[in-house]
Design a protein around this ligand. Structure first.
Ligand SMILES: NC(=O)CC(=O)C(=O)O
Length: 324
C-alpha cells in the first residue's frame, strides 16, 4: 500500500471525473442545450472534470461531417463560426469545471494561389476535433483525431472517416494546474497503445477518450481497450460515449466508463443517457506502480527503437530506483 502521506507526482489531489453519456440527435442547437443541462448535472455531483462524447453536437457519420462542421481557427472563432466553441466555453465557466468537450466536426479553410493560373484556390479540410476548456471558460487544448476510423468488417460495418476527414498529428496533453496532466484523444485513437504510452511517460494521471464505438466492436473491444490502456500505463482511463439511439444511422455502444490504474472498472453506464462519476486518487496510481514496478523493468536495451523521452525520468523518479 502507498503511504497516505506519499504525494503522487502525477495527481496532486483527488478529483472527481464525470462522463456524460449524452442523448444526441440531428438538431445541433438542441444538442448544445442538452449538453449544457447535463454538464450542470454532472458538476452538481462535485465532479471537477466533465467529459462529453465524440460528435456530441451532430449525428456521427461521414455524410454529416461537412454540414455540421464549424470553423475554429483563428482562435477564438466568432459565435457564428463556432456556436459549439462558445457553448462549451460557457458550460465550463458557468459550472467552474474543466470540460473535455467531446468532439465536433471542424472545417479549416485555406486559400492558396495556383502556380499555373495565378488564381486563388480555396480548400476545405475537415477534422474530428476535441476542445478542452478551463473553469474560467478559456480554451486549454485542441485535439484532432489522429487515427481515423477506417474499418471494414464484412456484413457488419464499414466506416471510412478518411473519405471526408484529415487526421490530426500530435499527442495532446492538457495541464490542469490543481491536479496534473491529462492526455486527450478520440475514440479510434484508443486502439493505438503508442499514443497512450507516450502520454503516460510524459506524466499524465489519466487518459480521456470521447468515443463512439458501435454494436459490432463495442461489446468485444470497448471495455477491453479501456482496461488495456489503464493496465499498460498504470493510470486512470475514461471513455465517454453518446447514448444509444437505434433510430440513428450509427448505433453507439454506450457503456461510458472509468477504469483505475489496476484496470478495475470503477463505473460503467448501460446504453441509455446517464452520467457516470468516479473519484481519481493519486495514491492508487502510486500503489499500482509500486506493486508492479513496470517503470523500472523496461528493457530499452532490447527495444532501443522505443527510446524513452527525457520526461521518462519523472516516471522513474516516482519509484525512486533505477534511472534510465
Ligand atoms: N468510432 C471510432 O472511432 C472507433 C470505433 O468505433 C472502433 O474502433 O470500433
Amino acid at each position: 500500500m502507498a503511504s497516505s502521506t506519499t504525494p503522487s507526482p502525477v495527481l496532486k489531489r483527488p478529483v472527481k471525473i464525470a462522463c456524460v453519456q449524452l442523448a444526441t440527435g440531428p438538431d445541433k442547437t438542441a444538442n448544445l442545450r442538452r449538453a449544457a443541462d447535463k454538464v450542470r448535472e454532472a458538476a452538481a455531483t462535485g465532479a471537477k472534470i466533465v467529459v462529453l462524447p465524440e460528435c456530441f453536437n451532430s449525428p456521427y457519420g461521414c455524410d454529416y461531417f461537412p454540414s455540421y462542421a464549424e470553423t475554429l481557427l483563428p482562435s477564438p472563432p466568432t459565435p457564428a463560426q463556432s456556436p459549439s466553441f462558445h457553448a462549451l466555453s460557457a458550460m465550463a465557466r458557468d459550472n467552474g469545471v474543466y470540460l473535455i468537450g467531446g468532439s465536433i466536426p471542424e472545417v479549416a479553410t485555406t486559400t492558396t494561389t495556383s502556380p499555373s493560373t495565378g488564381q486563388a484556390e480555396t480548400k476545405q479540410t475537415y477534422y474530428n476535433t476535441s476542445l478542452t476548456f478551463s473553469p474560467t471558460g478559456a480554451l486549454l487544448a485542441t485535439h484532432r483525431k489522429v487515427h481515423l476510423f477506417d474499418i471494414s468488417i464484412p456484413g457488419r460495418i464499414t466506416f471510412r472517416e478518411s473519405d471526408v476527414l484529415s487526421p490530426g498529428n500530435k499527442v495532446t496533453l492538457v495541464e490542469l494546474p490543481e491536479y496534473g496532466l491529462v492526455g486527450v484523444a478520440i475514440c479510434y485513437d484508443v486502439r493505438f497503445p503508442e499514443l497512450a504510452t507516450i502520454a503516460a511517460r510524459r506524466g499524465c494521471f489519466a487518459l480521456v477518450y470521447p468515443g463512439a464505438f458501435n454494436l459490432t466492436t463495442g461489446p468485444l473491444h470497448w471495455r477491453l481497450l479501456g482496461r488495456a490502456r489503464a493496465v499498460d500505463n498504470q493510470l486512470y482511463v475514461a471513455l465517454c460515449s453518446p447514448a444509444r439511439d437505434l433510430s440513428a444511422g450509427y448505433h453507439a455502444w454506450g457503456h461510458s466508463l472509468v477504469v483505475d490504474p489496476m484496470a478495475e472498472v470503477l463505473v460503467e453506464a448501460g446504453e441509455e443517457e446517464t452520467i457516470v462519476v468516479a473519484e481519481l486518487d493519486g495514491e492508487k496510481i502510486e500503489e499500482a506502480r509500486k506493486g508492479i514496478p513496470l517503470r523500472n523493468q523496461r528493457r530499452f536495451d532490447v527495444y532501443p527503437d522505443m527510446l524513452p523521452p527525457t520526461s521518462w525520468r519523472l516516471w522513474q523518479s516516482t519509484c525512486g530506483q533505477k534511472t534510465v
